[in-house]
Write a protein that binds this ligand. Structure first.
Ligand SMILES: [Zn+2]
Ligand SMILES: [Zn+2]
Length: 722
């Protein structure tokens, strides 16, 4: 008779069962429905403090454990499900292409992949065939069966098959007298620790997405592998939602839009990871930089400018030449010394701080710079504007006393939230990375410094009522930090602002200030960047807005549409007049190209019409024709009625979900302007600093030259005011 063990369930109940009972047996005893829904199990031995592990439902339990049965509702199950999907794919590949050799196939953040070696590359048709075969194998509901083999036998078996990668993994990850774990799905056998879901029939919604090349062990001297990426979900609806999101992301790809809208490029002749800002991109950058510098000054920062290179001696003092060396460009010899491009601005700002003796009265000192830095990235990892070798940080360093630090952090948070608001991001997540006090050796700084720093970060978040997640052990070795991640228009997360303490640099550079007590003290130092990198933030903006920037950022703030060929000259005249005012950029759109081109640009459209007809048009046809356009409207007949109507809506969501604010001129100002508008004399409007679009009479019959004109953002060229 077998021994009895105790299995504790999450509700606190304890079942006494014979040793060898499986999680599946227990699920069945609870309810057949639970047994059907379960995908895997999590066990934690009751006897010791080991962390819980995931196991197959069919694994026999042989000691007292705490057990959780995992279903679709448990986030941990998804990884098991997707890794099992990778096995299903490998099984299908072997059925169709038996000569294929196998690498490994983990779950990823959004799906799974498997690495294969095969001389002939897989084609898109092959992918379709593999997917079809996967469907067949899923229908057969093949179990994921686990076996244990003596290591030598396993090695021989994979060697006989020529599976050089599997042999490598076995040799790498198992001990000579260990038994190795094998999973079988149909004809496919994998060296794998698992766990897996019970059978292939559970995988109903999946899609193979693409093939990428990868070198075996990341070494280009080795065989080139083919990595097939796919994804799987529990339901077809979830899969469809994900595929739609991918499609949407593809349309928003900043590399594609950057080319289409002529914003930036990367030049082969100049080298990878170095960004060329074209005139239209340059105009956006000017707005971003101007806004940031103005905001620096408004918030009590000082503007500084520092060089791009410095002697290696400086990087030795700062420590970068040691622990950061592999991220730096290689040294340059000049007559007097060795120089290196700067990977960070911090040591430069420190030199400015140190240039004279500071007193407590000089603090806080906030030095801000749009500083261009150079970092070495491997050629394989660079990606458009998002990962580059040269970029400009909106970088500032704050030096202050312990008494000032909490207010300084609050100031940084307020500033970061203002960036989000101004650039149109409504959602964000905040993370607080702290140290691991049980592992003090890995960190620089004293416990009292860490305590003060973490407390001030926490207090600052609390003072602003910001929800945040604390991540213990995630701090950099030199200090704790707050990270702000924004959520873009299609729900993706992007790391944006950082507020980071530094305990090492003040020490290394022996920073000081004279305190109220007349003695020398070491200031606290905080690094903070809010855009992060201007290049990367620009990439995020392009994708967030799908190229249709808000007016103040748009390189084409006004699209002028000439009524016909003969009005073209006049349209240019108008454009130049606008530019002579305060307008950053305008464009003259050609007939025919209108809707497509215009959809990419922020422009204002105005019409003068009866209020009743106006609203019908505005909320029907116009929003459908120009999703994403900000429509500003005036009505000669009943301005106030229209204004009230729009005000009651406030913001309107256009069909693609894009939201544009409605803003209204003071009616009195408009009333004064109206007679001149009607007369077709536009000059007053320019003086009022308004955006303008002339309607295309042929295309929209309800608009005519006499009474179709002008729009009205009070300050269309500025960032949203607070
Ligand atoms: Zn596996
Ligand atoms: Zn810094």
């Amino acid at each position: 008779m077998s021994e009895l063990i105790h299995v504790k369930l999450p509700d606190g109940s304890v079942k006494e069962v014979p040793s060898g009972t499986t999680a599946l047996d227990i699920a069945k005893a609870i309810s057949p429905r639970l047994a059907d829904a379960a995908l895997a199990a999590q066990i934690k031995p009751s006897s010791n403090g080991d962390s819980p592990i995931l196991v197959d439902l069919t694994r026999p339990l042989d000691q007292d454990v705490e057990l959780r049965l995992l279903t679709e509702r448990d986030p941990e199950a998804l990884e098991v499900f997707r890794h099992s999907s990778a096995h299903l794919m490998a099984a299908a590949v072997l059925e169709l292409f038996p000569e294929t050799k196998l690498g490994h196939g983990p779950a990823t953040e959004n799906g799974f992949f498997y690495d294969f070696y095969r001389e002939k590359p897989f084609t898109p048709d092959d992918l379709a065939a593999i997917e079809k075969k996967m469907q067949e194998l899923a229908k057969q509901d093949l179990p994921y069966a686990r076996e244990f083999l003596p290591r030598t036998e396993g090695l021989e078996r994979f060697k006989a098959e020529g599976d050089f990668m599997k042999c490598h993994f076995i040799e790498q990850f198992t001990q000579p007298d260990e038994k190795i774990s094998i999973y079988k799905t149909g004809k496919f056998t994998d060296f794998c620790r698992g766990p897996h879901i019970p059978s292939t029939g559970r995988i109903k919604a999946f899609r193979l997405l693409n093939i990428a090349g990868a070198y075996w062990l990341g070494d280009e001297k080795n065989a080139q592998l083919q990595r097939i990426y796919g994804t799987s979900f529990y339901s077809k609806k979830d899969l469809d939602d994900y595929l739609n999101k991918l499609e949407e992301a593809k349309k928003r790809d900043h590399r594609l839009l950057g080319k289409q809208l002529d914003l930036f490029s990367i030049q082969e002749l100049a080298g990878p990871g170095l960004i060329f800002w074209h005139p239209k991109g340059g105009l956006i950058r000017k707005q971003m930089e101007d806004w940031m510098r103005d905001e620096y000054l408004r918030r009590g920062y000082s503007l500084v400018f520092t060089p791009h290179v410095a002697r290696t001696d400086l990087w030795k003092t700062s420590g970068h030449a040691g622990y950061y060396a592999e991220n730096m460009f290689t040294p340059m010899e000049l007559d007097d010394a060795e120089y290196r491009m700067k990977p960070m601005n911090c040591p430069f700002h420190i030199l400015i701080y140190q240039d004279s003796l500071r007193s407590y009265r000089d603090l806080p000192a906030r030095y801000g710079e749009l500083g261009t830095v150079y970092r070495y990235e491997r050629s394989g990892v660079m990606h458009g504007l998002l990962r580059v070798r040269g970029f400009t940080q909106d970088d500032a360093h704050i030096f202050c006393t312990p008494e000032q630090i909490e207010d300084e952090v609050v100031g940084c948070i307020d500033f970061a939230l203002e960036v989000l608001r101004v650039y149109g991001f409504e959602k964000y997540q905040v993370e607080l990375s702290t140290w691991d006090p049980s592992d003090q050796k890995t960190y620089a700084g004293r416990p009292d410094q860490w305590e003060l720093a973490e407390r001030s970060l926490e207090q600052a978040l609390k003072r602003r009522n910001i929800e945040y997640k604390t991540i213990p052990g995630e701090a950099a070795f030199y200090g704790p930090k707050i990270d702000v991640k924004l959520v873009d228009a299609i729900g993706r997360l992007w790391q944006l602002s950082t507020v980071q303490f530094d305990f090492t640099l003040p020490e290394r550079f022996q920073l000081e200030y004279v305190g109220e007590d007349g003695k020398r003290h070491q200031p606290l130092m905080v690094h903070r960047a809010l855009y992060g990198s201007v290049e990367r933030f620009f990439g995020v903006l392009i994708e967030h807005y799908a190229g249709a920037f808000p007016v103040w950022l748009s390189p084409v703030q006004v699209a002028i549409i000439p009524i016909g060929e003969k009005h073209q000259g006049y349209a240019y005249e108008v454009g130049e007049k606008l530019k002579a005012g305060d307008l950053a950029g305008w464009d003259c759109l050609q007939r025919g190209a209108l809707s497509e081109e215009a959809a990419q640009r922020a422009a204002y459209l105005a019409e003068l019409k009866e209020a009743s007809a106006f609203s019908e048009w505005l909320f029907g046809e116009a929003t459908a024709t120009f999703p994403g356009w900000g429509l500003l409207c005036v009505s000669t007949q009943s301005l106030l009625a229209v204004r009230e109507h729009c005000r009651s809506i406030g913001e309107v969501a256009t069909p693609d979900g894009e939201r544009r604010a409605w803003r209204w001129y003071d009616p009195d100002v408009l009333r004064t302007a109206m007679p001149t508008l009607l007369a077709g004399q536009l000059d007053e409007i320019f003086a009022l600093n308004q955006a303008l679009v002339l309607p295309e009479a042929d295309a929209w019959t309800w608009l005519t030259m006499e009474n179709g004109v002008l729009s009205t953002d009070v300050r269309p060229l500025m960032a949203p005011s607070r």
